[in-house]
Design a protein around this ligand. Sequence first.
Ligand code: SF4
Ligand code: SF4
Length: 104
Amino acid sequence: MGQSMVAITQQDCTGCDLCIAHCPFEALLPLAENPAQRKHSRRPVIVVENNCVGCLSCIGSCPTDALYELTIPDNAKQSILLNPTIQEKTEIVNRWKKGGLGVA
Ligand code: SF4
Ligand code: SF4
């Protein structure tokens, strides 16, 4: 069985933020700015690869199926978790304080 993590198809992400609460590792965060030319008015959520441990708790939380699992071939020599892409600037999400998500 290969190790796995997740990715998000940005054009399918409406920025609804539903998935954020499903990640115990704060690996799902909204981009600080909505990229130009996007069809959705809200900025997308991205996977903070340095935080993602591949637990898959978030899979199934996305109503548009923008979240998907990445699998690693059994013969891979190195985990893709060891080669994160350059991290784009994200919003800070209030998980604990009044008015926040109310989850860890
Ligand atoms: S796979 Fe686990 S750690 Fe990675 S984004 Fe989903 S819930 Fe978070
Ligand atoms: S649940 Fe899906 S559409 Fe909503 S923010 Fe997360 S990835 Fe985007």
